[in-house]
Design a protein around this ligand. Structure first.
Ligand code: PLP
Length: 373
């Protein structure tokens, strides 16, 4: 019997997604006005514990909008982790600023606040903390350093919907929180994003910039140059259905995470994602590290799993080594040994709600069997 291929991620659209999308289409409210947008923004602000949430076209745009609203300009510097998706640093470039890379903490793989002060220069304006692979960054420590130096902080929570830091949800722990709803994310609408915010001034600025710069009190009058960063009522219809089932989606992801933890915890040479005591992670893509005691490299394991019909994904390539950023990183003599190490040995295993226990057992058996002891 041939076994079906296991993808690394898959959306869960088994609730009211289709009904609500059909409803949005039948209503003819298919652009960026409509009841699903209002409902989604209301519900999502509730989840982040913020005054407001604004839907936007994707998670990259969410970051871009936050940086525009914070008035980041050419020549400014923004501190970002190097172990993240490229969108975090690309958004900094969109506003003409320079990302300066910070190493991650081996205790949680998020930006290590102990390295921030060394990287601050007179040009530094702010910090983007990324909640990597579902684990929140150490926000109190980061906010405290930012306050001392007069910097703003943005949380990139693209991969960590509903994760908690000291019992508080991510998205409301800094000036702006940003989220992605790409197809592989915890909640999805295919392509989509959101910003979460408490400061009414900043909210108004983001609202205006999102809608071509139109004056909220005067239709078709444009006092500033804005953007079309809006999300559609159709996409928000899907998100409303996702949020209705959020507990179920999170529960199934935790089931997958816990089963992997139990089965892989004792495989020599396989490391698991560390968790800080104040963190409640939301499982995104399950993470392992392939250490020398495993007797095979990360890439050998990934190739073997691929042959066995199991898709995986290597950790992010460190941004400071990629062509758009490496010259700047070299000039600043950035050394990021923890990032480099994790990127070389880290692997994401399939994680999604419909991944059943026997699929997980099969993946873990393959990992265990391929070890050369
Ligand atoms: C950490 C991080 N930031 C930003 C993004 C960008 O989101 P999007 O793909 O929706 O533009 C992603 C994911 O794709 C991400 O993982």
């Amino acid at each position: 019997m041939t076994q079906s291929r296991i993808p690394v991620a898959a959306p869960d659209l088994t609730g009211n997604e289709e009904n609500y999308v059909v409803d949005a289409i039948r209503s003819t409210w298919i652009s960026s006005t409509g009841p699903y947008i209002q409902r989604f923004e209301h519900d999502f602000a509730g989840l982040a514990g913020t005054r407001s949430a604004l839907s936007v076209s994707n998670g990259t745009v969410a970051l871009h909008l936050a940086l525009l609203a914070l008035d980041v300009r050419p020549g400014d510097e923004v501190l970002v982790p190097s172990l993240t998706y490229i969108a975090t640093a690309n958004a900094v470039r969109y506003v003409g600023a320079e990302p300066v890379f910070i190493d991650v903490d081996p205790a949680n793989w998020c930006m290590d606040p102990r390295h921030l002060e060394d990287a601050i220069t007179p040009r530094t304006r702010g910090i983007i903390a990324v909640h990597l692979y579902g684990h929140p960054a150490d926000m109190d420590f980061i906010n405290q350093i930012a306050a001392v130096h007069g910097l703003w902080v943005v949380e990139d929570a693209a991969e960590a919907h509903c994760a908690q830091y000291k019992d508080r949800p991510v998205g409301g722990l800094a000036r702006v929180g940003t989220f992605s709803f790409f197809g592989n994310k915890i909640f999805t609408c295919g392509e989509g994003g959101a910003v979460t915010v408490n400061d009414p001034q900043l909210e108004l600025r983001m609202r205006t910039l999102r809608g071509q710069g139109m004056d909220p009190k005067r239709r078709y009058y444009f006092p500033i140059t804005g953007y079309n960063f809006r999300l559609t009522n159709v996409a928000c219809a899907m998100l409303c259905a996702q949020l209705e089932r959020r507990e179920q989606i999170l529960r199934e992801r935790r089931r997958v995470y816990e089963r992997y933890m139990r089965q892989l915890g004792d495989v020599p040479g396989i490391g698991l994602q560390p968790m800080s005591p104040w963190a409640r992670i939301t499982p995104w893509l399950f993470c392992i590290t392939v250490e020398p005691a495993y007797g095979r490299t990360r890439d050998e394991l990934a190739a073997q799993l691929d042959v066995r019909g199991i898709e995986t994904r290597p950790f992010f390539i460190p941004l400071h080594t990629l062509p758009p950023f490496r010259e700047g990183a070299r000039r600043r003599k950035e050394a990021l040994p923890i990032t480099d190490h994790l990127a070389a040995i880290g692997l994401n295993l399939p994680t999604y709600t419909s991944l059943n226990d026997s699929d997980i057992d099969r993946i873990c058996d393959e990992v265990r069997r391929f070890r050369r002891g």
